[in-house]
Design a protein around this ligand. Structure first.
Ligand code: PLP
Length: 365
């Protein structure tokens, strides 16, 4: 079975990141070539080349993989969603292997890991990722350390270099889900991570109009194993979605800068509001969470009474979203009932604050 090569030229880019997101993944500069990589809606390719069949490789996904791989400093394989990428990564450990994972990882990931434990496929060791001593201890005898930093939705930050080194001492693979920080703010491969995962659905594509995932690895052999997972699981994104993601990623650097400015200024104001008992914000990034002093009903009321902020799940888009996470029955019980996750968009900071403030003021009445 032909397993397509990982994309070439993706191990580090040597350009400023804001230049790179604009210039990478473009067609070769020859007269009349289009500026943008075309959407290539083809399941099959003329025999004899490296692509052959779209589950292996295709021109539009290849261009997106070049960009994401370059951003993270490795070889990227894109998947139909973040969860498809996660499942492919979970496939990489042997039967019965010990997997160390965060107490409140992304809900889908946490639930899937628990399912795999229930059927005896893996043994789970749950840790608080910000408790470095506990993570280091849990790595003993582990085959994989699965980490989010910051975590979704608790915004816990891990000491990545220390945790990754402890995992490697034990011969464990390290996967870092970098969806929240994005490669603009954090590149886990430089801290030693073996695999970086993305829900490209979120900030990388940035417009809440598609689902897509990615795994990135520096090790060509591991990248090939990941690619084989996609070939065999078949969870690949459409050429159209790859095109949309490529288009979205062009503005990644400016979107993150603006959304992070909004997050930094508004979380400071939120900390002073009497309806807010706790602000979780690690000081960087576009995601935060607040806890509402008056409880979970009041938290629902805040979500339902904003005009600019939209009450919806997901994150990382140009529009600001908020959501009480425990409305999902499967969300981890370690997430407080009154916690609202905030995904900062790129609207005007003053508008975002006055909208949130009037909704918070309502619960004080
Ligand atoms: C959304 C998300 C996922 C899952 O990605 P999908 O694209 O929704 O399948 C995984 N990890 C994190 C941190 C997420 O936010």
């Amino acid at each position: 079975m032909p397993v397509a090569h990982p994309p070439e030229g993706t191990t580090g880019h040597g350009q400023s990141v804001d230049t790179y997101v604009v210039s990478a993944g473009r067609p070769e500069r020859v007269p009349d070539a289009p500026l943008n990589t075309p959407i290539a809606p083809a399941s099959s390719f003329i025999a004899g080349g490296p692509m052959e069949y779209a589950r292996y490789d295709s021109p539009t996904s290849h261009a997106l993989e070049d960009v994401i791989g370059g951003l993270e400093g490795g070889l990227a394989t894109v998947f139909a969603s973040g969860m498809a990428a996660a499942n492919a990564a979970m496939d990489l450990v042997p039967m019965g292997a010990v997997v160390v994972a965060p107490s409140a990882a992304y809900t889908g990931v946490a639930v899937r890991l628990r399912e795999l434990e229930e059927i005896g496929r893996i043994q789970l060791r749950i840790v608080e990722v910000d408790d470095t001593t506990a993570v280091v201890a849990a790595c003993k005898g582990a085959a994989m350390l699965w980490i989010e930093s910051p975590t979704n939705p608790m915004l816990q930050v891990a000491d990545l270099p220390t945790c990754i080194a402890a995992a490697h001492t034990n011969g464990a693979l390290v996967l870092v889900d970098n969806t929240f920080a994005t490669p603009i703010l954090q590149q886990p491969i430089t801290d030693g991570a073996d695999i970086v995962m993305h829900s490209v659905t979120k900030a990388l594509s940035g417009h809440s109009d598609l689902l897509l995932g990615a795994l990135v690895s520096t090790d060509p052999e591991l990248a090939e194993r990941i690619r084989t997972r996609r070939v065999l699981l078949g969870a690949l994104p459409s050429a159209f979605d790859c095109y949309l993601a490529l288009r979205g990623i062009r503005t990644l650097a400016v979107r993150i800068e603006k959304a992070q400015d909004n997050a930094q200024s508004i979380t400071d104001l939120l900390a002073e509001h009497p309806a807010v008992s706790r602000v979780r914000y690690p000081g960087f990034g576009t995601m935060a969470a607040i806890e509402i002093a008056q409880g979970s009903d009041a938290a629902d009321a805040v979500c339902e009474n904003t005009d600019i902020w939209t009450y919806a799940t997901s994150l990382g888009g140009v529009e600001s979203l908020l959501e009480r996470r425990r409305r999902w029955p499967l969300e981890s019980a370690s997430v407080p009932e009154n916690l609202i996750r905030l995904s900062f968009g790129i609207e005007n900071a003053g508008d975002l604050w006055s909208d949130l403030k009037q909704a918070l003021d309502l619960v004080l009445r």
